[in-house]
Design a protein around this ligand. Structure first.
Ligand code: ADP
Ligand code: TRP
Length: 366
């Protein structure tokens, strides 16, 4: 790790069991980026606490995420890998930032809205009110009526800004859904810098992964926990095969050419397989034959069942070794704790330096 490389930082919220979409869309690209960047990755357990109030599940999911990344090749010598709550400096910085964060910025933010989805009363119909004012009014009403919106949820983006600014991050690679949070981070950092007339905080660049493909789920929509269409990463062979066989396909009959572009089985296969192997599957799709050079005897015919079997095999081969490593790590929590503690120590060295700069700029310290 050399300090000349730009620093990238990302938080991973430990919620639910990681799936193939998380792997291909977030984990694999982040591990790739770590090869060229001074990379910080952390488990955002304080953020998870905004919605996860079951201690057993919070603990389990934190380990599950940690072990998933480690099993998939995260090298803790290269990457600073830690648990957010192991670096208490982040909450100190979050408070300082909170003192520079206009409430309006937070109430416009989407995290508050997601939380309220379905609960917010219809916005007032008065056309003269701006959208923002309508939303604020709706939030206020829910706040008063149900108490559904915690302070933690509203200030979620402030803590996220602290996560990023505490480490002088240059780039923050995230999915599109986090774009607004990054804009809030940049705005808060600029406000602090303006207030004290200097570069107290480094304003990070967003690296929105617009181009990362959306991994399709069993029903062809985006693979997501919320659609219940995921393939969990570390399923045993039997349940994995069962899940793959559930992928929705069209009703093309055995032996007829299959449509491949944008088709779930084919696209997932391509994401795992070496190019030659994907090309061989394409040839089968196009010919309707297992081997395009063979005749049309029944045993030569190719159909969806064979495509799915090919997909199952390539996923199983790719994830067999990481699955074993995952299971090993999940049963050796002492080792995982030690790795995370080491990461936290490295993270704190950087965090304390930045926090000292902030404490001095604000007058909280000399
Ligand atoms: P989910 O939609 O299952 O709740 P999360 O929102 O927890 O997934 O996503 C965690 C990370 O994985 C994010 O960086 C997100 O962009 C990525 N990700 C999730 N699903 C997919 C998908 N189907 N394709 C590509 N990336 C995905
Ligand atoms: N909010 C992010 C998510 O839901 C997780 C996160 C917390 C994060 N802190 C961060 C991401 C800092 C990037 C940088 O996915």
């Amino acid at each position: 790790m050399t300090s000349a490389r730009p620093r990238s930082l990302t938080g991973i919220k430990p919620t639910g069991t990681p799936h193939i979409g998380n792997y291909l869309g977030a984990i694999r690209p982040a591990l790739e980026l770590a090869k060229t960047h001074d990379s910080f990755l952390f488990i955002a357990d304080l953020h998870a606490l905004t919605t996860q109030h079951d201690p057993k599940r919070l603990r389990e999911e934190t380990y599950a995420v940690a072990c998933t990344w480690l099993a998939l090749g995260l090298d803790t010598k290269e990457v600073v890998f830690y648990r957010q709550s192991d670096v208490p400096e982040v909450t100190m910085l979050a408070w300082v930032l909170a003192c520079f964060t206009p409430m309006g910025l937070l109430l416009r933010g989407h995290s508050a809205y997601e939380e309220l989805a379905g609960e917010a009363p219809a916005a007032p119909v008065d056309e003269s009110l701006s959208e923002v004012a309508k939303k604020r009014a709706a939030i206020r009403e829910v706040l008063e009526a149900t108490g559904a919106l915690s302070h933690g949820i509203v200030s979620y983006p402030v803590l996220m800004a602290a996560d990023i600014l505490l480490y002088d991050a240059d780039v923050v690679p995230v999915g599109k859904d986090q774009k607004q949070h990054l804009e809030i981070t940049q705005e808060i950092a600029r406000k602090v810098n303006n207030a004290y007339g200097g570069e107290v905080l480094r304003v990070p660049k967003a690296a929105i992964r617009e181009d990362v493909m959306t991994v399709p789920g069993l029903d062809g929509r985006k693979m997501s926990k919320s659609y219940d269409n995921t393939i969990e990463l570390f399923l045993e062979p039997k349940p994995l095969r069962k899940r793959v066989m559930q992928i929705t396909t069209d009703s093309t009959t055995l032996g007829a050419p299959l449509h491949h572009a944008g088709e779930t089985v084919f696209e997932l296969h391509k994401l795992f397989a070496a190019p030659e192997r994907s090309a061989a599957l394409l040839a089968s799709y196009q010919s309707g034959r297992k081997d395009p050079a063979s005749g049309d005897a029944p045993e030569n015919l190719f159909g969806w069942g064979h495509g799915k079997q090919a997909l199952y095999e390539v996923i199983e081969e790719s994830l067999r070794a990481p699955r074993a490593e995952y299971q090993r790590l999940m049963n050796d929590r002492g080792h995982v704790d030690a790795l995370l503690a080491e990461g936290a120590e490295r993270a704190r060295t950087v965090a304390q330096g930045v926090l000292a700069r902030v404490m001095s700029a604000t007058g909280l310290r000399i």
